[in-house]
Design a protein around this ligand. Sequence first.
Ligand code: DGL
Length: 289
Amino acid sequence: VTGNAPIGVFDSGVGGLSVARQFLRILPNEELLYFADTAHVPYGGRPLDEVRGFALPICDFLVANGAKMVVMACNISSAVALDAARLQHPDIPIIGVIAPGVQAALRQGARRIGVLATQGTVSSGAYTATAHRLDPTVNVVENACPRFVPLVEDGLSESADAIDAARTYLEPLSRASCDTIILGCTHYPFLINALTREAGDLFPADHQPRFVDPAGETVREAGVILADRAIAAPPSATPHHRYCTSGERAKFARQGPIFLGGPADDVIHVDLDSQERSYSLARLGRGVG
Ligand code: DGL
């Protein structure tokens, strides 16, 4: 593995772009190989075994296509597939977003953490377990938000529906007087306007919660691992990012730049269900976008 190899990043859809955009900002020399499993989005309401069954072949695909590291930019995958993926690829560093999210919250002094996440992540109990492992005295309240992911995937993050959903999901966290709210699904940072607006109304003015997006902390952790293993991209690198989608290519090509806040170099359709799983991107060549 050399520094020029890409970092594999994946999610069920566009949510992981909230992590990808932090890579572009914090580690701009690193090349990304992103996989959006939009054929199966949303993951959040599915049985946890089924989600693991999606996440592990995606890791295989990213590693088979040269990834030097894999970032599960998906909370539910991080909750259910991280250990199994590390066992399958012992030589490749694989990280998730849950531990970085909790660490970021604790570092900001959180005492009463609210977690907004998908149903599957909440059922897994991963946030509460991780928080209590790091600080047994912290309070954690988790709330499942099934309406959020479809709204973000459909580009409706600023709609009246999104604002109404934000209010509904924040209410229990306001009743529990949370001081910190972790965005426990990578789609949710794209709802930050609706969330801060409704929190402004629901929480007392002098006790507004801090919202934590785990993405920044995740990318910093990735940077530390790359440096430790001496596999960071050289400063001279000119990365060419590739975005694979198992769903409709045109839709992702349209959405990607909006969520990334910049161009998505190549967008490629990849069907992991019908292709052999070591399916090589090299055969598609570059410049497909
Ligand atoms: N964005 C993913 C997460 O962070 C999954 C969302 C979904 O597909 O339900 O959990």
